[in-house]
Structure formats: C-alpha cells, structure tokens
Design a protein around this ligand. Structure first.
Ligand code: ADP
Ligand code: MG
Length: 247
C-alpha cells in the first residue's frame, strides 16, 4: 500500500500562535479516516494545509508523494483533492441533475453545458450519481426546495463528479436530523469503497457509525490514533473531552 497523505512535523503559526504544532499524520490509499478533537484543536487548519489554503510555517505535506507546500489551491484540486465545506455550496435555482451536470463539466464552458445536449456517457454518470446520493426522485426540482441534508448529499455528489482521489469532508452532519445523519454515514461508507476519505466530525454517534481508524487532534497535534474502542478508553482523550464539557 502507498501513502495518499503524509504530513510531516507540520507547524502553522498565526502571529506566534500555533494552530498546528509539530503535527504528524499519514494515511494509506483507500482509507476512510475520521478526525475528531475539541473546538480549536486545529482540525480545519489541518484541512487548510492539505488544500493549500494555508502554508505550513514548518514541516512538509505530501499527497501521493507530491510536495503540496509550493502548490496553489487550484493546482492541488487538480492533483485530485476535493473538499466539502461545512455549508453546502450548490446552485439553488438549478436542479440536482443540473448541479451534477455542471460539476461533471467543470473544465468546459458553463453555458454550453446548460444549453447543449449532454453526451450519453455523462448522462449515465449523472444518473448514477443521483442514485448514489439518493436524490433520483428529486432530480428535477430546484435545489432550493431540498432539505439541508439533501443539499449536503448533493454537494458530496458534486464533489464526487469531479473524480477526486481524496475527499475531505468537514462536519457533514452538523444540523442534520438523526435519519439524515444515518443516511450520510451510509453514503460516505459507500463512497469509501472507491475513494480515500478524511471526515472531520463532532457527532460521536455518527463517528461510531462510520469510523475504522480515528485520529484525535488536540492543541494542534495528534493526541492519539486507533479504533473507536481504543479512543474511547484512552485516558488522555477522556480528559480532553471531559475538560471541554466542564468549561
Ligand atoms: P478546529 O477546526 O479544530 O475547531 P481551527 O483549525 O479552526 O480549529 O483553529 C485552531 C486554532 O487556530 C484556533 O484557536 C483558532 O482560533 C486559530 N486560528 C485558526 N485560523 C486562524 C487565523 N487565520 N488567524 C489566527 N488564528 C487562527
Ligand atoms: Mg473547524
């Protein structure tokens, strides 16, 4: 197996404050990794380093052996890293089908995509994606009419439409109902069959549903890694989370 991500001794300083502090992290191709940690632990900054939004002050970051430090955000996206932000970014006046068609055609002209016939192969891809994200029965209504959860799934579908090798997903179930949360878990598990995925999440029930390997971040560094059972019984993790509840 080869490493899809290799983060070596990365520090990110904001005016002297270390949002990441000598962080080391590695992940194999095909893994589904969940990252948890209290507020301010550095989880979002960690994703910012991978996507090139933030440059490490110290250390090195590699994606499939390629140095990410000197690459711009769009170059990193082209290498095959797709990121889903917390709030859905879908075109509300377009239908789920049209949103997915646009994502399949990112490199082509947007207007041409909307007004020309979609080639048969792409139609199949879009139909398959609609099924995967469970929106085939709402494919042609405006996305504005979708629930928050359905918009999240649509955005995950739009990400997958661009065929990234690595999916980065930041807090996908915040604000979702229990039922939507469970469906999101199933969706990520099904995508994990063909993608490497990093999921950042707070919702422990959800983490338990999808987690294989879990990494716990605390104060900008890795506190521990392991299965959900190992994590939950780790004295350091218990202390960090109880400390958060107490404050
Ligand atoms: P998490 O996502 O785990 O809640 P973040 O990565 O957002 O944590 O933030 C880690 C720490 O770094 C926080 O204390 C936050 O206030 C700080 N931080 C994040 N981004 C910046 C920035 N651009 N400038 C200064 N401090 C920042
Ligand atoms: Mg965050």
């Amino acid at each position: 197996m080869s490493k899809i991500l290799d983060i070596q001794d990365v520090t990110v300083s904001f005016d002297g404050f270390k949002a990441l502090n000598h962080l080391n992290f590695a992940m194999e191709e095909g893994e589904l990794r969940v990252i948890i940690g209290p507020n301010g632990a550095g989880k979002t900054t960690f994703l910012d380093v991978i996507t090139g939004k933030v440059e490490p002050t110290e250390g090195a970051a590699y994606f499939k052996g390629k140095d990410l430090r000197k690459r711009k955000e769009h170059e990193i996206a082209c290498l095959g890293i797709g990121r889903k932000f917390q709030t859905p970014r879908v075109y509300l006046n377009l239908s789920p089908r049209e949103n997915l068609e646009l994502s399949c055609n990112r490199q082509k002209n947007v207007l041409a995509t909307l007004f020309k016939q979609t080639p048969p192969a792409e139609k199949r891809t879009v139909a398959g994606l609609l099924e995967t994200i469970g929106l085939d029965y709402k494919a042609d209504i405006p996305a504005a009419l979708l629930s928050h959860g359905e918009k999240q799934w649509l955005e995950i579908g739009m990400l997958v439409a661009q065929s990234p090798d690595l999916l980065l997903v930041d807090e996908p179930v915040a604000g979702l109902t229990d039922e939507e949360t469970a469906k999101t878990g199933q969706l990520l598990l099904s995508l994990a069959a063909s993608h490497s995925i990093v999921v950042i999440e707070h919702d422990m029930e959800f983490v338990r549903q999808i987690a294989r390997q879990v990494t716990v971040l605390h104060e900008g560094t890795v506190l521990c890694e392991g299965t959900m059972d190992q994590i939950q019984n780790d004295a350091r993790v218990i202390e960090v989370y109880l400390g958060e509840e107490a404050s």
